[in-house]
Design a protein around this ligand. Structure first.
Ligand code: ADP
Ligand code: MG
Length: 408
């Protein structure tokens, strides 16, 4: 995606301005609301720090989880505020309610050199997801300058990613992208514009239905696709192989064959697993390797087998560009993580420009200890997939000069 007509935060004068930064602080929490992975907070720091350094009064906003338009204390951004305070060594003021007049007073009193404001979970208000104009206007009322750095939510036309942005194209009000959004656009954009060949996609995860569109659009652009995860079984079943009681989307068998046919017409190799790690019950602690491609009745597949790992690693070794979305197996459990880790190692060890999209895939790369060996690990799950499909993202389009604001 080109960045024509989009300004970025490092081009702006911010001294004495109030800057609203839409971040993606949608971090995973455990049962006691502790942050289990702060990667998204870390990824937002450069933009926040540049705003502080330039002398702005900073107001941060994000959603967290799915509170469905009501206040859910367990989805408060308070843990994020605490983590930000540690990382930035500043006081983080978290007003209870965005709509409350008291919030304006708190903002007025912020001392930009040692304090910043974090708004409470935007999805506590139904107006956020509905892109309600009044809620959007309220958010816009706080600031002189709007920055979007929330790539993970850029595919949504919500109040904070889309509706409020229209208020920042008049007079002194300015809109711009953050540094994270720019990095994502550059790295993911390189996959769409003249990717070096061979371009190999690795697709896995739980469901074909989540990935149909991206599969269809990748076939037009890649030279090969390696399929793993539960989604492989739908393809194998469609091809008439035994899949035992593995996870299969029966309503997608025809679709799977259409994709395979389309790939074959375009001379794109779709690689399916040739062996598997299977168990008798989903909760079994260890599995067995099948003799071949068929999965015996009474068993189900939870990972790709060793022959498949070697075959996939060989393809990846010769790749110049790699896009990976979706783990090869139930990598959260040690006994079924090897296929995913083998693919991660093969990508890390190749000379390819490599981009990983998807929340679970990013966790898998992290668990394998290979984050630094990947060219770019996207912070966006759904957003990175929509981007790779070649779709426009409302949160990005809104940042362009003279955007018509007709996507809501
Ligand atoms: P991402 O978040 O990277 O887009 P997905 O959400 O599509 O990935 O898929 C990740 C999930 O798929 C993981 O929780 C993993 O356990 C699951 N999964 C992978 N392989 C299998 C399998 N063979 N059977 C059941 N679940 C699987
Ligand atoms: Mg996922």
């Amino acid at each position: 995606m080109d960045t024509t007509g989009i300004r970025f935060i490092d081009e702006l004068k911010l001294k004495g301005k109030t800057v609203f930064i839409r971040c993606d602080f949608n971090v995973p929490l455990d049962g006691e609301s502790n942050i289990t992975d702060d990667a998204r907070i870390q990824a937002a720091l450069p933009t926040i720090q540049i705003a502080i350094k330039k002398g702005a009064k900073v107001i941060l906003a994000s959603h967290l989880g799915r509170p469905k338009g009501t206040v859910k204390p367990e989805l408060s951004l308070a843990p994020v505020g605490n983590r930000l305070s540690e990382l930035l060594d500043m006081e983080v003021i978290l007003p209870a309610d965005v709509m409350d007049e008291h919030t304006d007073k708190l903002l007025e009193d912020i001392k930009p050199d040692k304090q910043l404001m974090l708004l409470e979970n935007l999805r506590f208000h139904p107006g956020e997801k509905k892109n309600d104009p009044e809620f959007a206007a309220r958010l816009a009322s706080f600031a002189d300058i709007y920055i979007n750095d929330a790539f993970g939510t850029a595919h949504r036309a919500h109040a904070s990613t889309y509706g409020m942005v229209r208020h920042f194209e008049h007079k002194a009000k300015v809109k711009a992208g953050g540094l994270l959004i720019r990095a994502e656009l550059e790295q993911l954009g390189a996959l769409l514009a003249r990717p070096e060949r061979p371009f190999i996609a690795v697709m896995g995860g739980a469901k074909v239905s989540d990935k149909l569109e991206v599969l269809n659009s990748l076939i037009d652009r890649v030279q090969g696709i390696l399929v793993g995860g539960a989604m492989a079984y739908t393809f194998l079943k469609a091809q008439g192989y035994g899949v035992g009681s593995s996870m299969v989307e029966m309503d997608l068998l025809d679709e799977a064959n259409i994709i395979l046919q389309k790939a074959s017409n375009r001379h794109v190799a779709i690689h399916l697993p040739v062996d598997h790690v299977v168990v008798s019950n989903f909760n079994d602690e260890s599995g067995e390797v099948t003799d071949g491609v068929n999965i015996p009745d009474g068993t189900l597949g939870l990972d790709i087998g060793p022959k498949t790992r070697t075959a996939y690693a060989n393809v990846l070794d010769g790749a110049a560009t790699v896009f990976w979305n979706g783990p090869m197996g139930v990598f959260e459990r040690k006994a079924f993580a090897e296929g995913t880790f083998a693919v991660a190692r093969a990508i890390a060890g190749s000379n390819a420009r490599s981009v990983v999209g998807g929340g679970d895939s990013a966790s898998a790369v992290r668990a394998a200890g290979l984050l630094d060996a990947i060219t770019h690990v996207s912070t966006g799950g759904g957003a990175s997939l929509e981007f790779v499909e070649g779709r426009t993202l409302p949160g990005i389009e809104a940042l362009r000069a003279n955007h018509p604001f007709d996507m809501d």
